[in-house]
Design a protein around this ligand. Structure first.
Ligand SMILES: [Fe+2]
Ligand SMILES: [Fe+2]
Length: 303
């Protein structure tokens, strides 16, 4: 179905406020798609249809879902405002003739999310929360910026704020939302752990006179690791001291011991912690290998 036709139907069926919100979500989904290199048209369409189930009454929603053999949890029965995600998926498919599974599941999960969401599901979920018409949620200014920089962290904060809002008002929490939060919390938690580790590494290196220490975030561009820490030493003694200090301090804090590569007396030594890889170079070798240039697509992290 053409966008114009969809817009016409939505305008006729949704309330004025809901229709404005819908346009805001479609627009924001499109912008997020650009930021995360996703199909803009698909994101726009998913945003446009995410609330298309909203115009059905509670009774009509339950009947529609029953008729299609879709089971409802007791939480959903008690909170009919949540039904529109499932009815929306049905309407998008049957009425608006969408058969793209990615779009349909983005509509289906836009209220509760689920662990390990797809990129499009995350885009619509975030857009629903931050679109320009929203003004009640806390931290919106922060989240509107964060959304384009770190979507996982943004998901974490949206879910956290949502749960807090529900708790403060004594509104029962959908177990599905809680599960989504738990997943993103762990994921974000892992990131925080990497950053803690980097701090310890940075301090250990500085204490042993390593210099020109750089941290590069390579998570988006490589599966080797999440971060590279690159540092220079002036001589073999400094190299040995730095290796021992990092090994000891990280081991003490996390219990991890690194996989190592390279000879301790060579110009390049590597301590691999899985998420963080430390590269120690003698000055001249660092220039020669020019790792920073090779990984220049990564983001440099301020310590
Ligand atoms: Fe919704
Ligand atoms: Fe919405």
């Amino acid at each position: 179905m053409e966008h114009e036709e969809i817009l016409k139907i939505l305008k006729e069926t949704l309330s004025e406020k809901r229709y404005a919100h819908t346009l805001g979500v479609a627009d924001t989904s499109e912008k997020l798609a650009i930021a995360y290199d996703f199909d803009q048209k698909k994101a726009y369409l998913a945003g446009l249809l995410h609330d298309c189930g909203k115009y059905l009454s509670r009774e009509d929603s339950i009947n529609l879902l029953k008729d299609r053999g879709i089971e409802l949890s007791s939480y959903e029965m008690g909170n009919p405002q949540l039904l529109h995600a499932k009815t929306g998926e049905i309407l998008a498919r049957e009425k608006f003739k969408v058969n793209d599974g990615e779009i349909l599941s983005a509509i289906r999960y836009h209220t509760t999310g689920h662990p390990k969401m797809t990129l499009l599901e995350e885009i619509v979920f975030i857009a629903d929360y931050i679109e320009p018409g929203r003004d009640k949620a806390p931290n919106l200014d922060k989240l509107r910026k964060l959304a384009y920089r770190d979507k996982d962290l943004c998901m974490h904060y949206i879910l956290k704020d949502t749960l807090e809002y529900l708790k403060n008002r004594n509104i029962a929490i959908d177990p599905a939302t809680q599960m989504t939060y738990d997943y993103y919390n762990v994921h974000h938690g892992e990131k925080m752990e990497s950053k803690e580790k980097i701090k310890i590494i940075y301090e250990a290196l500085s204490a042993k006179k390593s210099f020109d220490i750089k941290v590069i975030d390579i998570e988006e561009i490589s599966s080797i690791a999440d971060y590279f820490v690159i540092a220079s030493v002036s001589n073999e003694n400094q190299m040995l001291a730095a290796i021992d200090e990092v090994d000891e301090k990280v081991g003490k804090a996390t219990g991890e011991s690194p996989k190592s590569e390279g000879q301790k007396n060579s110009g390049w030594y590597l301590l691999d912690y899985g998420d963080v890889v430390v590269h120690l170079f003698r000055e001249e070798d660092r220039e020669f290998y020019d790792l920073e240039h090779i990984w220049s697509d990564g983001k440099e992290v301020e310590i």
